[in-house]
Design a protein around this ligand. Structure first.
Ligand SMILES: N[C@H](CCC[C@H](N)C(=O)O)C(=O)O
Length: 283
């Protein structure tokens, strides 16, 4: 079957985006993995599939597949790329678009300056719902946050656990460029205390409104940026009493700006969304 796609990125987190409204898309995890392959396929961190929805008051559904072929609940940078895609393709004339994902409804809005702001919904802060297995662990309180000891490569790493619909383990590091992202990231991603695996964030606090962040993503490895990871890291930093909103998050692929007014309230993320090229692939 031939599939038309658009290659996009949000702060360097790159995507293959497909319109499943005007073409039939029904691929296996191995076929998604092939598309994501940077040598044998197109190459991407995630694949985004745009679908119709019957849900009242909702404009679209969008599905997210990681480079390992697995479908996941949420993708923050992907939400911005999705909004750019449906607008550019004329699938909607709206600038504020309500889209349902596996983990609920989010609302990206196309800004006049070319960036996209997404209401990512409220973070989930109960460990069991992340999900994180805290049984038998002795936590510490830091500000309003609870941090947990995780055994990683023989060291104890203290983490915040946050879900943005997808699971995140956030640690504070002195300097992101010296952090063992590629050594500890895979161990945290597959840690037994995360039954659905986890995205591992490494955050350096520069000042109360600025951080550097690297994320070893579940199912994709280290990416140049992680939108839900930036949301989770800022939520953790605010709860720990280290940050004040808004927070500019510097990633290897660009800047994301995160706003959050506290528990139960939505996390707002603003950042770039860029179309790079269009193509067609036989699969
Ligand atoms: N790897 C993530 C999905 C993509 C998230 C990231 N690319 C973002 O921008 O939020 C997970 O398995 O939960």
């Amino acid at each position: 079957m031939k599939i038309k796609f658009t290659k996009m990125h949000g702060a360097g987190n790159d995507f293959v985006v497909v319109d499943a409204i005007n073409q039939t898309i029904d691929l296996t995890p191995d076929q998604w993995k092939f598309i994501a392959d940077r040598r044998f396929g197109i190459g991407a961190d995630q694949m985004l599939v745009v679908e119709k929805t019957q849900s009242p008051g909702i404009d679209f559904r969008y599905r997210i597949y990681n480079a390992d072929g697995g479908e996941v609940e949420q993708c923050g940078n992907g939400a911005r790329a999705f909004a750019r895609f449906v607008s550019d393709k004329g699938l909607t004339a709206k600038r504020a678009i309500r889209v349902e994902t596996m983990s609920g409804v989010i609302e990206p809005t196309l800004e006049d300056d070319g960036r996209v702001t997404v209401d990512m919904g409220a973070p989930i802060l109960t460990p069991e719902q992340v999900p994180f297995d805290a049984v038998g662990l002795k936590s510490k309180t830091e500000g309003d946050d609870t941090i947990w000891p995780l055994e990683v490569n023989g060291n104890t790493t203290w983490i915040s656990v946050v879900s943005m619909g997808n699971p995140h383990a956030v640690q504070i590091v002195t300097e992101t460029e010296a952090a063992p992202v590629l050594i500890d990231g895979p161990v945290i991603e597959h840690h037994q205390r995360f039954p659905k695996r986890v995205n591992a964030g490494f955050m350096q606090v520069v000042d109360r409104h600025n951080v550097n962040l690297r994320v070893f993503e579940r199912g994709a490895g280290e990416t140049l940026a992680c939108g839900t990871g930036a949301c989770a890291a800022v939520v953790a930093g605010i709860r720990r009493g280290l940050l004040d909103a808004p927070v500019a998050v510097q990633t290897h692929g660009g800047e994301l700006v995160i706003n959050w007014a506290g528990p139960g309230l939505p996390v707002m993320m603003t950042g770039p969304a860029v179309s790079v090229f269009e193509g067609e692939i036989e699969i």
